[in-house]
Ligand binder design. Sequence first.
Ligand code: XLS
Ligand code: NI
Ligand code: NI
Length: 438
Amino acid sequence: MSEIFKNIPVIPYEGPKSKNPLAFKYYDADRIVAGKKMGEHLPFAMAWWHNLGAAGTDMFGRDTADKSFGAEKGTMEHAKAKVDAGFEFMQKLGIKYFCFHDVDLVPEADDIKETNRRLDEISDYILEKMKGTDIKCLWGTANMFSNPRFMNGAGSSNSADVFCFAAAQAKKAIDLTVKLGGRGYVFWGGREGYETLLNTDVKFEQENIATLMRLAVDYGRSIGFTGDFYIEPKPKEPMKHQYDFDAATAIGFLRQYGLDKDFKMNIESNHATLAGHTFQHDLRISAINGMLGSIDANQGDMLLGWDTDEFPFNVYDATMCMYEVLKAGGLTGGFNFDAKNRRPSYTMEDMFHAFILGMDTFALGLLKAAELIEDGRVDQFVEERYASYKTGIGAKIRSGETTLEELAAYADELGAPELPGSGRQEYLESVVNSVMFG
Ligand code: XLS
Ligand code: NI
Ligand code: NI
């Protein structure tokens, strides 16, 4: 098989002073940070759909990039050329994982039996490629939103036949994930939501989504899948309202339907910000519920109201993300670059520049988050902020050994409390800056 990215070498680490566009400035896989190799802290993954599929088409214009990789699009030869390109790409960057939807791997046929045959063929080819490398699948998923049959959702569809097709696709995608050694299986809501409440039975639809998830878990466990299932929350787009609005909503849903032992969150930065949160917020909510599983590492544009899927560039956000990840003791999943080049960045070099940017941004984030924790001022401040609960009446509140009457009597005695301690936000922000740039 001939080289596809001909002018691109294996990307070396050259350090922050390097001006070589095809070198890492911060990502140094073997460097030890907080007791572990950077490469282990940061299991990066390539998203099959963006990196090997998306070629720049948007609502106003066609492809700008050539992602044929020397084969005719829509054929199995092209599907295989994508595998070749993907593996060469990952090896040149030192990326150990990939994520896929079923239909990213092969062209979808009219009949699902033929699609599944193609999926068997391509997954054999991928397995063959995996041999002799340390590349594995991070997670798989089924695309249950592009085909017109899913216009009203998959698990939430008003059509029981469509529900069955969703089940069939999920079954096959779980088979593929297991075959390729995947760590996790993702349910991103796709079109599980609504355009108008005038035609929608929300309770009915949510019960059906839960049923589909329950069946998927039962099936996965029955064939030996021991990894995590993930919900990837998103508030809107493509539907006006998506049921998995944000981490808090998705966690509540999982608990309501008894799915919380099998599922964790896959948090995407750009989805959190669309929900009106910071990336860090949704990570924190997942982590405190023991459900921080995996991350779709991208960023949005605060001036645009949609999922722009940009490569991560914002080091503050990456630092606060890694702060949450380190505090949570790491991820069971990894960091999937669910991100694409901007449409005018259409060359093969651009694909590498994008990943170098993303990987360096998260490497910097990791370094700075580890320093912030090591520095200790932020943690110490938070610890002291709640000190009034350590002794006396506060300790009784925490241990649940009090009554409303006792607290009221305590307040009577006091007459008026002192103002709570200052929040010191500006001080803490300057601590962060001193760590970032010190
Ligand atoms: C779309 C989602 C999607 C999922 C996988 O906004 O981010 O790409 O990650 O279906
Ligand atoms: Ni995503
Ligand atoms: Ni997204």
